[in-house]
Design a protein around this ligand. Sequence first.
Ligand code: C2E
Ligand code: MG
Ligand code: MG
Length: 409
Amino acid sequence: MTKALSELIEGSAQGSLSLAFICIDINEFREINLSSGFDVGDAVLDEVVYRLRSALRQGDLLFRIGDDEFAILLPSILHEDHAILAAHKISSSFEDLIIVRDSEPMDVRASIGIALYPDTANSDGELLRQATIARYRANTSKSPFELYKKVLTPGNIQPVEFARELRRAVSNNDLELYFQPKYELSSRAITGVEALCRWTHATHGMISPAEFIPVAEETGIITSITSWALNSALRQCSEWRVNGKPVVVSVNLSAYDLDEGDFPELIQRTLRTWRVHPSQLMLEITETTMMQDQKRTIGILRRLSEIGVGLSIDDFGSGYSSLNYLQQMPVNELKIEKDFVIKMERSESDIALVRTVIDLGHNYNLTVTAEGVETEKAEKLLVDMGCDFAQGIYFSSPVPADELEKLLD
Ligand code: C2E
Ligand code: MG
Ligand code: MG
């Protein structure tokens, strides 16, 4: 975040007034750039800025905080409803189609997240983080905007209780690791597996990691989950190697893991504990995480890369990496966001996008894995485009270790 913006935040919100931070991200802006060209992309941004300005009241401030990301600061509000009203106005300003130059009218939408200072956030960094979490929520729940609430939990489970149960599940070893095979498309051999965690709750049944990982991140439980996942995955990897079935295991990381200064040492220790060669471990970091604090991320990734583990950018295509930074990231693999792969069968523009990512990866000497391969047709398209690896229910869903062993045989 710009220095000026953080100073403003620190200086605002006095007395009984709150400050609202609204974070706005243009959906699928990358696709507009790719399909219509950067000129049209720039013109769309100009129009977006014009509309955002028109939605503001006097005293509200508009910032551009990324390629297609904006922030609006409402410096003094009496009640959260004021922020909600503003978000309504912002989201309605995207309702009219955007027409620029000779392009077809475009339905441009935005994801909007709101956070309040000092109500839930107590620093500028927290404001940005909470507004971003709320924005992700808005995007996945397809709602026009979302206000950050302290602990967001699935269904009807009480938030505090949910976090407590999750903590208990971790310490009782109630989480389980499933493995999804990764196939080399040219040989159709399994060359690796991705470890994905599962939580079967006594009364609520299977809870998706997409639900509990965000809670784990918010409550700090994520550090224990990562350490548990690394240990379980490497123990399994070691066992498979001893049984003559060597596979590379991929483990997912969260942004918070990278905040731990000694994270590379944890990786080294765990590799030694299970006597696994670094080349047998791959760490997956989502594109959005990687782009959060790029300079710091590059530093940590360099240290991890020196250890010799593989590094992969997960859900590539869902964020908006700058190519300049991508070039500096010491990574080995791009994993294409599964939504694009799934949509490929219905939309030419998604085929173009997947092809662009594959070519981009290869130009940077990275291997490319497609996730979300659900059909024979998708596999065929990917083979034709020269994609290296694939994962998806067409090959196999994530399964427990013993079932994966059968697939390896
Ligand atoms: P991810 O790392 O991108 O993992 C891929 C997700 O796609 C998995 O969801 C997998 O079950 C699902 N998937 C696999 N094949 C298909 C397919 O053909 N079609 C569709 N629609 N989906 C498919 P899952 O297991 O629910 O995990 C969701 C996310 O939760 C993961 O996304 C990852 O970001 C996170 N996650 C899972 N385990 C861990 C973990 O141990 N640590 C951390 N930090 N995050 C984890
Ligand atoms: Mg992953
Ligand atoms: Mg993914």
